[in-house]
Design a protein around this ligand. Structure first.
Ligand SMILES: NC(=O)c1ccc[n+]([C@@H]2O[C@H](COP(=O)([O-])OP(=O)(O)OC[C@H]3O[C@@H](n4cnc5c(N)ncnc54)[C@H](OP(=O)(O)O)[C@@H]3O)[C@@H](O)[C@H]2O)c1
Length: 260
């Protein structure tokens, strides 16, 4: 591998991305394909997936899509079965999919609790189970779990979201400790604040415009601006590639200093 050549850094690898249809997941899928990987997108939005596949194939990349409902365990298993059928292995898995709601501890209903935990933790847990089943056979692999600054201090109205991300930190530590001797690595990228489709929808529900959000971000984030996909992608490519062959159990925080 030529580690200076961004077109080779993931050459020959198969990377599965949950939530590969939107936001940073979409941009990461395109970046992984550019870096030489075959990419499997998981998500529900077929039109979004088709547009991404068109972009990747136009640039000569390899990509496939599996419609997956992360609330359904058979469907989750199907994402990894699809990767094996299509590309014969799973070298990397990125758990990007997730949902956010604004609810304080005192306001949280059981339905809110269940919906957040089911996508953000239960689905991530079973995705890693199926990824690791294949990685054990292949004697190696890299898992990256997407986390949030809300797992620590964050905002008061992110209670269940914060707990779901805290559980993901535990999962990353568990996997990195118990599977290192089988060549399976697990690391975390903690994202800061980014105007993805999901974030924009949530903030619009709260009555905030993009301009207001950018202004708040410039005041709240110590480094003065929101993060974009390009801030995160080098970290993902590093953790998915052999450049980080001896790195497991780490958390790369890309938040411009938010909530430290
Ligand atoms: N945006 C931020 O500021 C920020 C900050 C820190 C961490 N994060 C993390 O970034 C990730 C994305 O969050 P986001 O709010 O920014 O959203 P987003 O970019 O809109 O992406 C959400 C993704 O999750 C997928 N998804 C959701 N529910 C699903 C389900 N039931 N089955 C299958 N796929 C499902 C969506 O796929 P379809 O649309 O195809 O169904 C979509 O690809 C989350 O892990 C979140 O914790 C975001």
């Amino acid at each position: 591998m030529n580690w200076l050549d961004e077109k080779e850094v993931l050459k020959g690898k198969v990377i599965v991305i949950s939530g590969g249809t939107k936001g940073v997941g979409r941009d990461l899928a395109i970046a992984c394909a550019k870096a030489g990987a075959s990419v499997v997108l998981g998500g529900r939005d077929v039109a979004a997936a088709n547009a991404i596949m068109h972009t990747i194939r136009k640039n000569g990349g390899e990509v496939s899509f599996e419609a997956v409902d992360l609330l359904n365990l058979e469907s989750i298993k199907g994402l990894f079965d699809h990767a094996i059928q299509r590309f014969e292995k799973v070298d990397g898995f990125v758990n990007y999919a997730g949902i956010t709601t604004d609810s304080t501890l005192l306001d949280t209903e059981v339905s809110t609790f269940d919906s957040i935990m089911d996508i953000n933790f239960r689905a991530a847990f079973f995705c890693t189970k199926y990824a690791i089943q294949h990685m054990v056979e292949q004697k190696g692999g890299s898992i990256v779990l997407v986390n949030s600054c809300h797992a620590g201090r964050g905002e008061k109205d992110r209670t269940v979201y914060s707990c779901s991300k805290g559980a993901l930190l535990n999962l990353a530590e568990h996997i990195s400790y118990h599977y290192a001797n089988q060549g399976i690595r697990c690391n975390t990228i903690t994202m800061g604040w980014t105007l993805t489709e999901g974030e924009q929808a949530l903030r619009e529900q709260q009555g905030m415009t993009v301009e207001q959000l950018q202004k708040i971000a410039s005041q709240r984030i110590p480094m003065g601006r929101m993060q974009t996909s390009s801030d995160y992608i080098p970290g993902f490519l590093y953790l998915l590639s052999d450049l980080s062959a001896m790195v497991t159990g780490s958390n790369i925080r890309i938040s411009g200093g938010l909530y430290i």
